[in-house]
Design a protein around this ligand. Sequence first.
Ligand SMILES: *[C@@H]1O[C@H](CO)[C@@H](O)[C@H](O)[C@H]1NC(C)=O
Ligand SMILES: *[C@@H]1O[C@H](CO)[C@@H](O)[C@H](O)[C@H]1NC(C)=O
Ligand SMILES: *[C@@H]1O[C@H](CO)[C@@H](O)[C@H](O)[C@H]1NC(C)=O
Ligand SMILES: *[C@@H]1O[C@H](CO)[C@@H](O)[C@H](O)[C@H]1NC(C)=O
Length: 400
Amino acid sequence: MGNHSQVTVASCLKVLVCLCIFVQSLVNGQDIDPLVNVTYIKGGVAKGAVCLDGSPGAYYFGQGFEDGIDNWIVYLPGGAWCYSEENCLSRSKYNNNTGTTKYAAPKSFTTFLSQNRIINPDFYNWNRVLIRYCDGASFMADVEAVDPVTKLYRRGRRIFASVLEELITTKAMGNAANALLIGDSAGGLATILNCDRFHSFLPDACRVKCVSDAGFFIRGKDLPGAFDHAMDYFSEVVKYHKLAEYLPKSCTQRLAPELCFFPENVVNDIKTPLFLLNSDFDTYQIYILVAPNSPTDEGWNCTKTFASLVNCTPDQLHVIMDFRTAFLKTLQGLDDNPSRGLFITSCYIHSISGYPHNWQGSPTLQNKTVQQAIGDWYFERNIVQFIDYQHRHPIYCNGI
Ligand SMILES: *[C@@H]1O[C@H](CO)[C@@H](O)[C@H](O)[C@H]1NC(C)=O
Ligand SMILES: *[C@@H]1O[C@H](CO)[C@@H](O)[C@H](O)[C@H]1NC(C)=O
Ligand SMILES: *[C@@H]1O[C@H](CO)[C@@H](O)[C@H](O)[C@H]1NC(C)=O
Ligand SMILES: *[C@@H]1O[C@H](CO)[C@@H](O)[C@H](O)[C@H]1NC(C)=O
C-alpha cells in the first residue's frame, strides 16, 4: 500500500481549480433524483466476481457534474450476514436484495448519494456509486472453490475489487481528487474492514476517507449474558465464509479471527481517516444481538422500536442502559486519533444514511446535523468528535 500521507500536487491543484467554479454550482443544484439503471460487472461471471448464487456483481452509477466531476463517493449498503450453507442458500434464493443480482431493478439514490444539493450539500455533485450487497459477508470473502453441496459462491472481495477496477478503467476514477467510502450496517462494517483497501486503489487521490454508519458492532464482553449471540453470529460468519486470511493481520496475529470481525479490534490499525457514525442505543444491536431474539421468545420485542420501549420491564430497560455504557466504554477504549470523526447520537435508531426518514429527522449534536458534521470532518472545516453525553435515555428522532 502506498504512503497515504503523501499527497500528489497535481490532484490537489485540481481541487483548487474546482473551487473556482463552486459558485456556479450553487446556482444549479438539481432537485429530483432520477432512477438509475444497474450495471453488471463486465465479465463478472468469467472473473468470478459473483453473488452467492453465481449472478454477476453489480453497481449503480450516477455521473458527477460541475465541480464534483473528479470526486467519488462509493456506498456499501447493509443487509446483515449469512452464516451457514442453509442460511446462505436461503438468502440466495429468497432475497432479491441481498442474495442475487438477478432481479436488480433501477433505483433512486438517496441521502449521501442524492444529487439534490439541499438533501446532500457536500457530495451531491460527486460521482456516486452504490455497490450491490449480495455476498452475505460484508465484501470480505474470496473462496476459490464453489460450495460443493449448495453451489454457492463466497466472493464479496472480488466484487468490491472488480467494481473499483472497472470504474478506474471506464470512468477515470483513478483521477479522483477526493474519494469517500461509506456504508451502513453490514455495509458500515464492510467500510471499516475495506477502508485501507479502498485507499490502495486510489494512490494518487488528494483526500481519501471512510465513513461507517451503524457499523460499530461491539463485542460487549462485559455486558452480562447478552452478547453471546453477537459472538456466535460473527463466529459462524467468519467460519462459513473463511474470512480468517482476509481479516487484518495486525489483529489476527494476536486474537482469534472471529474477534477481528469486531471493529473495536481493528479500528486502531486503520491508516485511512475513519468516521464512526452510530447510536449508542443502536436498535439493531439491542434488538437482534443483545436481546434473545428467537421466534419463540417474544419477551424482548419491546426493544424493537422507540414506541415499544414503554412495554419493557425495568430490568429490560436496565440492559438497554448497560448497552449504552458498554458501547461508550468500547469507543473510549480506542486509541486517540485526531483524524477520527465521531457522531454518536442517543437516538433510538440503527442506520441514518440507510433510511431517508432517519436522515430527514437527522439528530443534531453541537448544533450540526449528520450531513453537516460529516462534511465538516471530510473537508477539515472542523474537528468533529461529537458524543451525546447529555441524553442518558434513548431519544426519539424520526418517523418509524
Ligand atoms: C434504463 O434502462 C431502460 C431499459 O433498458 C432504458 O429505457 C432507460 O433509458 C435507461 N435509463 C438510463 C438513465 O439509462
Ligand atoms: C424476486 O423478483 C422476481 C422478479 O421481480 C419475482 O418474480 C420474485 O417473486 C422475487 N422473489 C422474491 C422472493 O421476492
Ligand atoms: C410482542 O410480543 C407480545 C407477546 O407475543 C405481543 O403481544 C406484542 O404484540 C408484541 N409486540 C410487538 C411490538 O411486536
Ligand atoms: C443552531 O443553529 C441555528 C440555525 O443555524 C441557529 O439559529 C441557533 O442559534 C444555533 N444554536 C446554537 C446553540 O448554536
